[in-house]
Design a protein around this ligand. Structure first.
Ligand code: PRP
Ligand code: URA
Length: 215
């Protein structure tokens, strides 16, 4: 479905496998175990798209028959940055694709009344500024948590930031793209709106609680 956002900076991954898995993820009767597995699988599919333009270089390889020129990822390094806690559910999926990636953590919780993000923990790789940073968080609602994480990474000197969410609200996408003119945003679904408690509709509820089986 067409959307109002710049396609160079915002991608909705509408692959059939993504839509299929998302339908189970949204279902209130999906178990914690299955929810966790689906978040992991969606992170892999999304990570595949978000790394589509990583630079390659030629390498010579000897096949059993002859020499061949092949392509491998050039030295460009990657970091995965989950926004705690729900973002942790997407880390292993990205690491399946890029096993050498470093992992940085940004701890952020959303105040239930004001919906403002509060940072409680941060630890980044020492060379984070030279890495492509894939910031992962299943939910983009008001955009407060993701914009705060992006600001933190910019202050740390990171240039290449790609944010991967699973479900996003139009309000959150607008907030993130307006906040940072360079960030690229990927999501599996652009939902209708936020409710009065800043939950995404139709959404999937509280992603962190559903991943970890808490309430
Ligand atoms: C959720 C979600 C995002 C944030 C989105 O986390 O995982 O981080 O809310 O909302 P926003 O766009 O309005 O900031 P939450 O703060 O509930 O913490 P959790 O991951 O520990 O559940
Ligand atoms: N955080 C969630 O986990 N879900 C929402 O719908 C909004 C914020």
């Amino acid at each position: 479905m067409a959307n109002e956002f710049d396609p160079k900076r915002f991608t909705v991954i509408d692959h059939p496998l993504v839509q299929h898995k998302l339908s189970f993820l949204r279902d209130k009767d999906t178990s914690t175990k299955q929810f966790r597995e689906l978040v992991n699988e969606l992170a892999i599919l999304e990570g595949y798209e978000a790394t589509r333009d990583l630079p390659l270089e030629d390498v010579e390889v000897e096949t059993p028959l002859e020499k061949a020129v092949c392509r491998r990822l050039s030295g460009k390094k990657v970091a995965v940055i989950p926004i705690l806690r729900a973002g942790m559910g997407m880390v292993d999926g990205i690491l399946e694709l890029v096993p050498s990636a470093r992992v940085g953590h940004v701890g952020m919780y959303r105040d239930p009344v004001t919906h403002e993000p509060h940072q409680y923990y941060c630890k980044l790789p020492s060379d984070v500024e030279s890495r492509t940073c894939l910031v992962v968080d299943p939910m983009l609602a008001t955009g407060g948590s993701l914009t705060a994480a992006i600001q933190f990474l910019r202050e740390a000197g990171v240039r290449d930031i790609r944010a991967l969410t699973i479900v996003s609200s139009p309000e959150g996408v607008r907030a993130v793209l307006d906040f940072d003119p360079e960030v690229r945003l990927y999501t599996c679904a652009l939902d209708r709106q936020l409710n009065e408690r800043a939950y995404i509709l139709p959404g999937l509820g509280d992603a962190g609680d559903r991943i970890y089986g808490t309430k």
